[in-house]
Write a protein that binds this ligand. Sequence first.
Ligand code: SF4
Length: 94
Amino acid sequence: MRKMSMDDRLALNAFNTDEENPHIDVDTEYTDEAEIKKLLLACPAECYKYIDGKLVFSWLGCLECGTCRVLSHDKIVKAWHHPMSGVGVQYRQG
Ligand code: SF4
């Protein structure tokens, strides 16, 4: 049996995303690259990007792990909560 890659496993998840109401509030004007890099490296869903010196965030593929909230210490992530019931990620592989 072939070992599944992380991308293969993530592709099995289903999302019912609330595109109107982000469950994470991110300060995209934040400029400390060292702090930004922590989130870029830690987010398993690559929701954070750093493009042309600007932090870009999308909650649409969020796995709701909470890692960014813990690492940010309120510097970049201003608010974090789970999506409303019935919305968000549905895990298919644990
Ligand atoms: S909660 Fe997890 S998956 Fe979602 S944006 Fe933060 S680090 Fe990424």
